[in-house]
Design a protein around this ligand. Sequence first.
Ligand SMILES: Cc1cc2nc3c(=O)[nH]c(=O)nc-3n(C[C@H](O)[C@H](O)[C@H](O)COP(=O)(O)O)c2cc1C
Length: 223
Amino acid sequence: MNVTEAVKTRISVRAFLDAPVPEAEIRAILDIARWAPSGGNLQPWRVHVVTGAARDRLVETVKQAIAANPLGDEAELAIYPPGLAEPWRSRRFELGEQMYARLGIPREDKGARLTWLLNNYAFFGAPAGLFFSLDRRFDKGQWAHLGMFMQTIALVAAEKGLATCMQEAWAARARTVSAFLGLDEGEQLYCGMALGHADPDAPVNALRSARASVEEFATFIAE
Ligand SMILES: Cc1cc2nc3c(=O)[nH]c(=O)nc-3n(C[C@H](O)[C@H](O)[C@H](O)COP(=O)(O)O)c2cc1C
């Protein structure tokens, strides 16, 4: 698989098979992804990998936290800015509508939509979960570097026939997850990532999200 193929075949998978990914394979992916670039070569990222019994324990712990506090932890990081403007608002809306259409959940069934979203907190059934954190002393630049690292992981996973879903949903449970991972106060949890084998028969995995054309986001200045 070449880079173009990896970029184009990587999608967010939201239903995984119950098939393990050996720790050695995850290490091998990280061993490649560590070559991602970062300003000043800071390599600011930290990644915390949960598999096996630890993964199951985390899912159970978060399930209990959700039951005790359905609204979630006070968000340290807003996933979207308040009052999301156009065209971003519509893109988000469209993605949601396409996803729920695949799942056969109508708009008015808010309960079913919410229940579906809770699958985030079980990694959509994936056997491995990755969590990304940063030292709180870092600034915006380092957040971008972390993003490069995450995308590199997703592309390498795609090359190896594995599937991923980045999951900022975990930010709503940052306190519980940080405690579980043993992160100290100086470390800020950003995002999770489900990693495993895609379920090819799951309708939600047939979703192909749209993209704006180059003309919509690029400016070329030649003279
Ligand atoms: C940083 C980041 C966080 C995301 N968080 C979630 C999430 O919590 N749950 C989810 O289902 N998808 C999540 N996504 C997936 C996006 O919805 C998805 O990347 C986008 O719709 C484009 O679709 P694609 O990844 O299939 O190409 C996240 C993606 C990124 C990059």
